[in-house]
Write a protein that binds this ligand. Structure first.
Ligand SMILES: Nc1ncnc2c1ncn2[C@@H]1O[C@H](COP(=O)(O)OP(=O)(O)OP(=O)(O)O)[C@@H](O)[C@H]1O
Ligand SMILES: [Mg+2]
Length: 454
């Protein structure tokens, strides 16, 4: 018997563990494929207009599945080792690997067809439903091959040492082979899918207007304790305590010069701290540079937009992804930015300096999103914009939250910012003086008087 039997938990070898996780995640994917079938027949048989948001979330999930798990170092290592041990499997593995690339393109096409079908419903239905049916069919085939051939052979032929090497190939940032972080992201996306799936298909039937906060979203994402920040001799932030839970929108309001921007810059690492601690997902940020913070998912949209005025819209967006390189995924994300902000597509060859204020704000947000933030720091995004555009900016912020991005929002526009927020803080001359839920702050006597003009 191996030494594993002496452990408290039921002993599981590396291979068993890995296979168990893969099978579990595959089962979830099967259920989602079944759901897609149901949505498809609802559309065709019951003449039901497709739910774009739900389908988009499902597509996000599938895309995530193929991007974050496959074509990662672990998967490459697995395929390599299996090909060596079982040369007759090599052609199949090669085909499966190619399948990811093709699937990826098909998914992009599906998103496009869905948008078209939504726009001119019921026109475009046939094209979309055919493409979707072909896609699910191909994906099912792919998974069947993985489950029927790849996993059994891997199980039989790969040794504990192989699995050890495969697992060690993981690059920690990406956390693949269904590592903890990837699974957490899947859970979040599944949670959204289940929430928005109609009850008749076994979902919760949540309307899109209602908020989704994942059950695990109460986890603390950012914690700031006893923070002191100065410019030279002048102390600007005094002993600030703030925390942000993952999935929340937290708003920060305060008068001019209160230190709001300084606080954001301290979080993003552009401004050094004198004292106190900032922790992000349990990690102490003290020794982590601004660039590394971006790579870790903390991304700021600075006050006054600060786009690169002499560069094209396109290049500005690409610069947002500088920590990620010019990979095919980045190009996909660019495409998604253009879908999210159609005006940026229209102006993609214009210099950023030629855009209006509102357009520049969208560009600044698009650029930040290209860095794949998990915590987005927004410094007065509505400043100086016409009411209609302000409305639009707040809508986008809401959307981003629904996509699972946590948001720290600094705003002069206190009533709208607090109405949107799960929680909020009031900063006065570098000190947090009030904190509470968005609703509590909106009805707070002092806040109403000082910031809402009531
Ligand atoms: N680079 C700097 N050097 C010295 N002092 C600074 C610097 N930046 C800001 N300050 C000072 O620090 C204090 C806080 O400024 P900060 O920009 O953080 O406030 P804010 O709340 O963002 O204000 P606003 O609403 O005007 O954007 C102010 O007194 C400001 O004058
Ligand atoms: Mg400011």
């Amino acid at each position: 018997m191996s030494e594993q039997t002496t452990e408290m938990a039921p002993a599981q070898s590396r291979s068993e563990q890995a296979v168990r996780i893969i099978v579990h995640e595959h089962q979830a994917l099967w259920r989602i494929l079944d759901l897609l079938d149901q949505l498809l027949s609802d559309m065709n048989v019951n003449d039901q207009r497709p739910d774009e948001r739900l389908l988009t979330t499902i597509f996000d999930y599938i895309q995530h599945f193929s991007q974050r798990v496959h074509s990662t170092p672990t998967d490459i290592e697995l395929y390599k080792r299996l090909s060596e041990k079982s040369p007759e499997t090599a052609p199949l593995l090669e085909k499966l690997a190619k399948g990811y690339v093709i699937g990826h393109e098909k998914l992009l096409e599906l998103r496009r067809l869905l948008a078209e079908c939504e726009e001119s419903w019921p026109e475009g239905r046939e094209e979309f439903s055919h493409a979707l049916a072909r896609f699910t069919e191909a994906l099912r085939k792919h998974i069947r091959k993985e489950e029927g051939v790849v996993i059994p052979r891997a199980r039989k032929l790969l040794t504990e040492e192989d699995w050890q090497q495969i697992i060690e190939a993981r690059d920690v940032e990406n956390d693949p082979l269904f590592g903890e972080r990837v699974r957490e992201e899947f859970r979040e996306l599944r949670h959204q899918i289940v929430s928005y799936t109609p009850e008749k298909f076994g979902g919760l039937g949540l309307k899109h207007a209602d908020r989704v906060t994942a059950p695990h979203a109460k986890q603390e994402m950012l914690s700031i304790k006893g923070l002191v920040t100065s410019y030279g001799q002048i102390e600007v932030l005094h002993d600030v305590d703030i925390h942000i839970n993952s999935g929340e929108i937290v708003s920060l309001v305060g008068a001019n010069g209160a230190g709001k921007s300084t606080l954001l810059m301290t979080i993003s690492g552009l401004q050094p701290t004198d004292r106190g601690a900032i922790t992000f997902e349990g990690k102490d940020l003290a020794k982590i540079s601004a660039d590394q913070r971006v790579a870790n998912g903390i991304v700021q949209v600075p006050e006054g937009r600060q786009v690169f005025k002499d560069l094209s819209v396109h290049d500005n967006l690409l610069l947002g992804a500088y920590t990620r390189g010019k990979t095919p995924e980045v190009m996909d994300d660019l495409e998604r930015m253009y879908t999210k902000f159609p005006i940026l597509r229209q102006k993609r060859h214009n210099l950023a300096g030629e855009l209006s204020g509102g357009q520049q704000q969208m560009l600044a947000m698009g650029r930040a999103l290209m860095a794949k933030p998990r915590l987005l720091l927004l410094d007065e995004p509505s400043m100086g914009l016409a009411p209609l555009i302000v409305e639009e900016i707040f809508n986008i912020v809401k959307e981003l939250k629904e996509e699972g991005i946590t948001i720290f929002l600094v705003e002069q526009n206190a009533s709208q910012a607090l109405a949107l927020a799960d929680r909020g803080y009031v900063l006065e001359t570098g000190k947090v003086v009030i904190e509470g839920t968005g609703r509590e702050l909106l009805s707070n006597e002092k806040v109403r008087e000082a910031y809402l003009g009531m």
